[in-house]
Design a protein around this ligand. Sequence first.
Ligand code: NDP
Length: 386
Amino acid sequence: MKQRLAILGSTGSIGVQTLDIVRENPDRFEARILTANRNWEKLAQQAREFDADTVVIADKQPLRRRCAKHSRDTDTKVYAGEEAVAQVAAGGGTDVVVNALVGYAGLAPTVAAIEAGKKLALANKESLVVGGACVMPLARKRKAPVIPIDSEHSAIFQCLVGERAPVRRLIVTCSGGAFRDFRAEELANVTVEQALRHPQWDMGAKITIDSSTLVNKGFEVIEAHWLFGTPAERISVLLHPQSIIHSMVEFEDGAIKAQLGTPDMRLPISFALLYPDRANRPGERFNFLNHPQLTFAEVDRAKYPALDIAYDCLRRGGTAACTMNGANEVAVAAFLARKCAWLDIVRAIRYALERAAFVPSPTLADYAEANAEARALAAEFLQLKN
Ligand code: NDP
């Protein structure tokens, strides 16, 4: 029987690659629900190609009318608004929810999908960074499988398949982002174009900037903690510029398992959708002789303070990581809009963390408040006008 998919964020980098997997496996998947924020043209085109049952455009006006016009000659149902994204995540008619949304907006649909007991293929790391303490216990309670799409976490997940023994250490690899080869003093004047030039991966703008600051790697440490239950002190980050080893697990007997391959997000996406099976994917096979050197180094923690800030947030728990995330989202958007410097991203995060209220055992409502406060504090620091 075909798996019926809801692909939240189908117009983004992960969403489009998820649809590539659907295209490669027409006998195994059906894309029933597709969502976008504003890109109604791409959404309408995807809805036609995949004969989607339902589409949602999160940003309401005037896209609703135009999208509805486009889909009138198909039978596709059209909804608008952020709440509708969470509603379709929980709704009937699908087996798997692929959460490929970016940012805090992914949290409510993650919770909704889990509440409904759906299998969740999770790319939206912010769901776990912000609300892992609520999300993972809920997933256990509802017996909803959460399978990571993020390449590092997919690698760790793949290394853990079949293992029962305790883990000594998770080793999360790190390409180093756009400024890997820059000296610290060169970072003051880096441009948006430079920051968007990731050495290994072609991704959405927000995660590419997060990779340049290593906020992304910090978020991945937090994500790994929630997915695999490993404490912060047993998760390490290792610079590996070639991005061939996607991450590793060390066991108590000293054995280390790694998952390797060419950087291509379609592999972790297809693994998340088909686990415990695997797809027979087309394309060239990995050739070790083309990659004779795999190198490793320490991350420069002074050049990339965001990594230690994320570790601190993980150790503090509560709303700390939610505050970091909210401030980061505002600062990254400001940097992309050329309203602040690259170094201001981490400064805004620090400013928000120093001033925000801290709730030690938050509810989902507390996360919403912490997110709003962090966003306001970052905007204040960056002197942004609405
Ligand atoms: P993109 O920015 O490329 O795509 C984001 C998608 O979400 C788009 O469909 C966008 O719609 C939609 N969207 C954006 N904001 C909202 C909102 N407020 N409400 C509803 N929908 C919204 O992101 P990526 O695909 O790069 O990343 C998605 C997630 O996956 C992120 O959490 C990222 O960290 C994670 N990830 C991504 C990787 C990658 O290779 N791209 C690798 C590993 C993890 P629209 O097109 O209309 O703007």
